[in-house]
Write a protein that binds this ligand. Structure first.
Ligand SMILES: Nc1ncnc2c1ncn2[C@@H]1O[C@H](COP(=O)(O)OP(=O)(O)OP(=O)(O)O)[C@@H](O)[C@H]1O
Length: 233
């Protein structure tokens, strides 16, 4: 696959993925990109098909469900990869076309949200790589497994909280959750933490205890790819 290797960032909701990604993007302008998601929802006024590359990821966090089988109705859109904010532009598609792509295995993940389908296609990721940018994929553990079936060859990094107690405190302090969604996230986190420790799943498991140290570890993991891009441009 041409272009820089993508980076998979996984880990429980509240582990600090968005915080670390935002810093990475701030410190390395033009190096990282996000793929444009597909959706079957209608474009809003001013939205254009296929735009939205390289925006910051949204803060809402990963999908709640630890397992995201195809066409499951989720409470949030799959943020996985891009979903920068509500004004994000998408690849607008019809149900038929999107379903065909899903059936063909062209999507690394998809979900139904408020009756509309959302998904991330392999092609959208390849578009980012073709621009000589590192595509960041923020996916749950099921997304990791799906990506392993592709030839995307990313660097797999798991961001983990120091403990369940600290995770709960951070999620509460973030003030983005209802009690119900918080409990769902904690339940999903327990499963994620267990699966992430399976040998061979991740190239690195970074414990986000001290933010500075976690950020340095993350940068070290990505240094080679970052340098390759800087040399080319
Ligand atoms: N090392 C850290 N020490 C203390 N607080 C932190 C640390 N890292 C992140 N936080 C805080 O924890 C909260 C959760 O972090 P963040 O939103 O980045 O998690 P996330 O993994 O992106 O979650 P989600 O998957 O739900 O988007 C935020 O309020 C953030 O400011």
């Amino acid at each position: 696959m041409p272009g820089p290797r993508p980076v998979v960032l996984s880990g429980p909701s509240g582990a600090g993925k968005s915080t670390l990604m935002k810093r990475l993007m701030r410190d390395h302008e033009g190096i990282f990109g996000f793929s444009v998601s597909h959706t079957t929802r209608n474009p809003r006024p001013g939205e254009e098909d296929g735009k939205g590359l390289n925006k910051l990821p949204m803060l809402l966090g990963a999908i709640l469900l630890p397992i995201a089988p195809f066409s499951v109705e989720v409470l949030e859109k799959p943020t996985s990869i891009s979903c920068p904010n509500e004004s994000e532009d998408y690849h607008f598609s019809t149900r038929e076309v999107m379903q065909e792509g899903i059936d063909n295995g062209d999507f690394i993940e998809n979900a139904v949200f408020s009756g509309n389908m959302y998904g991330t296609s392999k092609a959208a990721i390849e578009d980012v790589l073709a621009m000589n940018k590192i595509c960041i994929l923020d996916v749950d553990i099921q997304g990791v497994k799906r990506i392993k079936e592709t030839d995307l060859n990313p660097i797999y990094i798991s961001i983990q909280p120091p403990s369940m107690e600290i995770l709960e405190t951070r999620l509460r302090d973030r003030q983005t959750e209802t009690e119900e969604s918080l409990q769902k996230r904690l339940e999903a986190a327990r499963i994620d933490m267990e699966l992430s420790n399976e040998p061979g799943v991740f190239d690195a498991v970074i414990i986000n205890d001290d933010l500075e140290r976690a950020y340095e570890e993350l940068k070290d993991m990505l240094n080679d790819e970052i340098q390759k891009i800087q040399e080319k441009s």
